[in-house]
Design a protein around this ligand. Structure first.
Ligand SMILES: Cc1ncc(COP(=O)(O)O)c(C=O)c1O
Length: 448
């Protein structure tokens, strides 16, 4: 489908279905069914979490079991320990906003940051809290310090928010932004091809590389460690300072068992309300202390050290770089503070076990789909080049109609990728089971 015809279609779909969300779910289409949804899980008595038992893990979620929840990663429904924490903080805030905030804010903020640091195996000072990946991308791409003639390099495969943040930066200060195509077809992408193409695109002017860990339009997971090595070697060959690697990590965090240090990137920008199943409206940016120093900030921080210094007409000293970079303003604190519980939940399950479970389900799904005629699995089979997202193309099917058909007739919740070449997208995760995967394959079989 050409870009023009897609736009025309989106216009029509928008009228017919009440809109197509940028996250990829046809919100309008789904609304009717959602209103009458079963409340079975919400009403189920709270059973304690047994982290070794994936059924018990699923029981922690209020998500309806009437549906096969393969778009749960688009916007999270958090597990019970997170929703309980949200409710607890909300009740206290509603009761005595000023008192609760004054008494608990510093302690609860630092509990979230410590929980994030434990999960990421990093120092609390390196973490800034945000409301979303998009906010973090805006923060980073607005702020990277550039000398005259330096440019930003991105790829063809990144999400709207990366491209748009870079476009805005270019429009504002005339900075050059280039895009490289890292692979022609996701299914045949290889580590070598991706690494070579990125290396060749780096020029003496490249100051930062803006990439996405797991592409939400194809499901391709970038070989980040190899890219880091290539960037370093190319910089040495060109005799330039090593370009910074900034990564939209939202479809890797909560799926992959890799810390930012192991990834080797300079900035990891992530929302916590997708695969991490944190409260909606939460996210973070991680950067090493050295990398934070490369950023000019644009949104005032409410960190006590920053505000205190302002009041005393002093320069802030000793403020952690992550805290200084955390956009200020009063927040939906019940959501922010409950994020600590999402990290605790993942720690209880084990980052390695979540990664293995998601990989196992995604592999089962891809193998099942690959057996179906007329269906092309777009996402690579190789777990080295894929994570939880599974994209597929179905011959002769009208892609934008499929989510509604799958949901209404087969109880399968799927989304369409919000890219110029759209694909059907399924995300097996800790809220789906091997039986769900089999049922999803059967549903796709019926609509192909
Ligand atoms: C790669 C990627 N980055 C960012 C986003 C937006 O995330 P957030 O809602 O956290 O801004 C999406 C989709 O929603 C995405 O696919």
């Amino acid at each position: 489908m050409t870009e023009v015809s897609r736009r025309a279609f989106l216009g029509r779909a928008g009228l017919a279905a009440g809109g197509v969300a940028v996250g990829g779910a046809s919100v309008g289409v789904l609304a009717a069914r959602t209103d009458s949804d079963s409340t079975q899980n919400r009403d189920r008595p709270a059973a304690p979490l047994d982290p070794q038992d994936w059924d018990s893990v699923r029981d922690q979620f209020a998500l309806s079991r009437d549906l096969l929840q393969f778009a749960a990663f688009v916007l999270a429904s958090p597990p019970r320990q997170v929703t309980d924490a949200i409710s607890g903080h909300r009740a206290r805030l509603d009761e005595d906003t000023n008192g609760y905030l004054n008494a608990r804010e510093p302690e609860l903020d630092s509990a979230v940051i410590s929980a994030a640091a434990d999960y990421l195996e990093t120092e609390p000072e390196t973490i800034a809290l945000t409301d979303s990946t998009t906010m973090g991308l805006g923060l980073v791409y607005t702020g990277i310090r550039l000398s005259p003639g330096q440019e930003l390099l991105t790829s063809e495969h990144d999400f709207y928010a990366t491209h748009e943040a870079l476009r805005m930066r270019a429009a504002r200060d005339g900075v050059g932004v280039r895009r490289v195509k890292l692979y022609d077809y996701a299914g045949t992408a290889s580590v070598d091809q991706i690494v070579t193409r990125l290396g060749e695109a780096i020029t003496p002017g490249t100051r930062a590389v803006a990439l996405t860990w797991v592409h939400s339009g194809t499901g391709v997971k970038l070989p980040v460690a190899e890219l880091v090595a290539e960037i370093r070697s190319r910089a040495m060959t060109l005799g330039i300072e090593r370009p910074l690697l900034c990564l939209d990590g939202v479809h890797g965090s909560g799926v992959e068992d890799t810390s930012p240090a192991e990834l080797g990137c300079d900035f990891l920008i992530t929302g916590a309300h997708k695969w991490l199943f944190g409260p909606r409206g939460t996210g973070f940016v991680w950067a090493s202390t050295q990398s934070w120093a490369e950023l000019d900030l644009s949104i005032p921080s409410f960190a006590p050290g920053v505000v205190g210094a302002y009041i005393q007409n002093l320069d802030p000293v000793g403020v952690a770089p992550g805290a200084a970079a955390t956009p200020g303003g009063y927040k939906a604190f019940e959501h922010r503070w409950a994020l600590a519980e999402a990290f605790a939940f993942h720690q209880a399950l084990g980052r390695d076990r979540v990664a293995a479970r998601t990989r196992g389900l995604a592999t089962q799904l891809k193998q099942g789909l690959a057996q179906l005629g007329g269906v092309r699995v777009v996402t690579p089979m190789d777990p080295e080049l894929s994570a939880g997202i599974v994209c597929l193309a179905i011959e002769d099917a009208s892609i934008f109609e499929l989510p509604a058909v799958l949901r209404e007739r087969h109880g399968l919740v799927a989304s369409v990728t919000p890219y110029s070449l759209p694909h059907l997208r399924l995300g097996p995760s800790i809220v789906t089971s091997p039986d769900d995967v089999e049922a999803a394959v059967r549903a796709i079989d019926k609509v192909r």
